[in-house]
Design a protein. Sequence first.
Length: 310
Amino acid sequence: MELTETRRIGEALGRAVVGARPLAGGYSHETSLLSVAGGGQVVARLGGAAPAVEAAVMAAGRTRVPVPEVLHVLPAVVEPYEARATMVLEYVHGTPLSRTLARGGDPADLRALGAEVGRVVARVGAVTFDRPGFFTDARLTVGRDERPWSRQLPELAEACVAAAPAERLDPATRRAWVKLCEAHAPALERVDHQARLVHADINPKNILVSRTASGWRVDAVLDWEFSYSGCPYGDAANMLRFGDAYPDGFVDGFRRGFRDGRALPDEDWEYLGRVLDMFALSDLVTRPPGHEIADAAAGMIRRWTARPFT
């Protein structure tokens, strides 16, 4: 974080920033925990494609799930100095779910944790819009020219595997993945019309949790920059994507919590979520060589093409 950016945040807060340390962030932004004069802390997210849109999404999501309060959105500037677009957020106490899962524990306890996370993730989809698609402005206007997801998937998969690094996927797997997407894309006709809030990056690093006297609590759902209007089953699939790496109990609990809390009672929600997750897997493999998550996504693509799901 540049000194000029720190000063600008202090001016917006009306209190000087007296300390900063980096936090884990997304691929398109830098995240820092700031200490301010007089005590207290805030989080600054610098960069990102459209922080004002993300702030509006968070405000909408806050009606259903715990989300940090957005204190300020500062646009990018060039003069009199250069500074990135910045979102200033309240600091929420809690432990990243990724850290909690890494510690493991009693399966029954982790099942309870998974159920609570599943219920919260399901509530994201309770926020509705007038049509599916991507948000175009801070009023959360949804673009009118979006084609149905069922028609977009095969074309996107083909473009993404063509752009993936040569060493990540062999030619036969690339062809098989496109065919698999083509085979399953028609199933999305059942959810093409859904216009519910989708976080689109639900995973353990973007959820803060804590233990209370009454059980597990989700303290905050973070990083809403990829959100859109569509089918919320994709959020469940995002969480379950690498579920084999989670400790025993959590996945079963998450499935139960999401199933019981989902806004739309489609019994095929898990299958439809996997089909929706094909969008994310296709996009992930385009990342540069050495990208850990992209390499894991490529491994999943190889497994799915070797043993197609139903």
